[in-house]
Design a binder for this molecule. Structure first.
Ligand SMILES: Nc1ncnc2c1ncn2[C@@H]1O[C@H](COP(=O)(O)OP(=O)(O)OP(=O)(O)O)[C@@H](O)[C@H]1O
Ligand SMILES: [Mg+2]
Length: 456
């Protein structure tokens, strides 16, 4: 137990310490506090606190019997921040109030406020940085579309994100392969580590090995001092995205295969292997199988990569998504280009729906951006004239062919083909389900497929 003297000694080190009873009469004031208001601490005992410090708020806490944490009051031109607690005895009876100062002068307070302000500024800065980094990274929400094929794609992305297996993403140019790779990483439990992209078509083959695996100090003439980390190491614990993997030099493919199989890499000029923990996602816009046949891609690597295969559908297979993708891009560009476009004309819409989009979403984005550079700020509708010369007439695949023997029959065949193709998509290629959906016999489905030249 502390002695009375020890208690007093401790009390003297608490700024602004005052204790009052349940009638707000002073029971105790330490010497330091008494000095600051130029009174004798023994003489004030028994006096009402308001008679000693008129600006006090202790009597308020006596009334409410609730703590007042860091509350401000003025004393001799100073802003004082104090904390007040009600005191209850062992029988839970209200006994009085204790008050002490948190800041007993303005300079301290101002210093503190300055610190808080600068901490707040720092916090804002980091919050913004985080937002910037997060928004520059794509997530599944950046994949716009409500078509059956986009829903299926999102399901496949979620499924892939829940495992660690290698993924091979295939699809035409501009259809969103990179976006899909980002979305998988973002949803996976590797999302706190790096997503490292290596574009296999952009690196000269002699640099490939050191880019991928890094090199040790002095590995070769001209090597950077201290060596270099390769993409595999940068992606450790994260995801390595090998974009345009079909362009991977043949001689390097066995090394990649070894890294994937053994989970270790050999740096150029290194004397031992380094363990790595990465998830690899590859993307290709060419059919890797035909490259295998041509002897340009190793079959063993293909099977190692193609554990999960995700095909990103081209835009022409999901034209119903065009309006919302266009709308979201127009909204984005309205801000970026300071335009006020609210809609597209019926004519443009029809043109969009009839075009076959060989460059996919990237082409749609470019087309809209070019049109929005032609429109003036006070127009609110994108019209056909803003798109002049942008469509390549030869690319129209849905134009009606009048110079065939039977234009109506041709148009019917085209429509029938589209219905069957869409059904295949919805039913994931299952012919029994397709026949059910189209309410025809399986044998009739086969006949139609043959007649319309649909392979599945
Ligand atoms: N479903 C989508 N919704 C919205 N934007 C998309 C969608 N898919 C792709 N994009 C956008 O289209 C552009 C092209 O996408 P991305 O770069 O992922 O295509 P890619 O398949 O990797 O193309 P490439 O084969 O030419 O490398 C990007 O700006 C991307 O944000
Ligand atoms: Mg790409």
């Amino acid at each position: 137990m502390l002695s009375r003297e020890e208690c007093i000694l401790i009390f003297e080190h608490i700024d602004g310490l005052i204790v009052v009873d349940k009638e707000a009469k002073i029971i105790y004031m330490n010497q330091k506090t008494a000095n600051s208001i130029r009174v004798n601490p023994k003489e004030v005992v028994g006096k009402h606190i308001k008679d000693v410090i008129p600006t006090t708020k202790i009597h308020c806490t006596v009334e409410t019997m609730k703590p007042d944490l860091t509350d401000a009051y003025f004393l001799d031109d100073c802003t004082i921040i104090s904390t007040r607690y009600p005191i209850f005895d062992d029988d839970n009876q209200f006994f009085g109030v204790v008050e002490y100062d948190v800041f007993d002068n303005k300079d301290l307070l101002m210093n503190f406020l300055k610190k808080i302000k600068s901490l707040n500024n720092e916090l804002d800065y980091f919050k913004n940085e985080l937002k910037r980094l997060q928004s520059s990274r794509y997530s599944i929400n950046n994949i716009i579309g409500e078509s059956a094929s986009i829903k299926k794609l999102k399901g496949e992305i979620r499924q892939a994100a829940s495992t660690n297996s290698t993924v091979l993403i295939t699809g035409e140019t501009g259809c969103g392969k990179e976006l899909v790779a980002h979305a998988i990483h973002d949803l996976s439990n590797r999302n706190h580590s790096n997503f490292v992209r290596l574009n296999c078509s952009a690196i000269p083959s002699e640099l490939f090995e050191s880019e991928l695996f890094g090199y040790e100090d002095g590995a070769f003439t001209g090597a950077k001092k201290g060596g270099k980390l390769g993409k595999f190491q940068l992606a450790n614990n994260g995801t390595l995205f090998l974009d345009e993997i079909n362009q991977m030099p043949y001689f390097l493919q066995p090394k990649i295969l070894r890294a994937l199989q053994e989970n270790e890499i050999d740096k150029v000029g290194g004397s031992h292997s380094l363990p790595i923990d990465i998830r690899v996602i590859g993307a290709a816009n060419e059919n890797l199988r035909s490259l295998i046949k041509e002897g340009k891609f190793r079959e063993d690597l293909y099977y190692r990569l193609n554990v999960i295969d995700i095909r990103v559908p081209p835009l022409r297979e999901r034209k119903e998504d065009i309006p919302i993708i266009a709308e979201s891009y127009i909204n984005h560009l309205n801000q970026f280009l300071n335009r006020n476009v609210e809609s597209i004309s019926e004519e443009v819409f029809i043109m969009f729906m009839n075009y076959h989009w060989p460059g996919n979403i990237r082409e749609l984005q470019n087309m809209i951006e070019r049109a929005m550079n032609r429109i003036s700020w006070n127009e609110d509708m994108l019209k056909i004239e803003h798109f002049d010369h942008l469509f390549n007439e030869e690319d129209q695949n849905n134009v009606i062919e009048f110079n065939t023997d039977n234009p109506i029959e041709e148009a019917k065949k085209k429509a029938e083909r589209e219905v069957i193709m869409e059904a295949f998509k919805v039913c994931d290629g299952n012919k029994t389900k397709v026949a059910d959906l189209l309410k025809i016999d399986r044998s009739l489905l086969y006949q139609k497929m043959k007649r319309l030249n649909i392979r599945n």
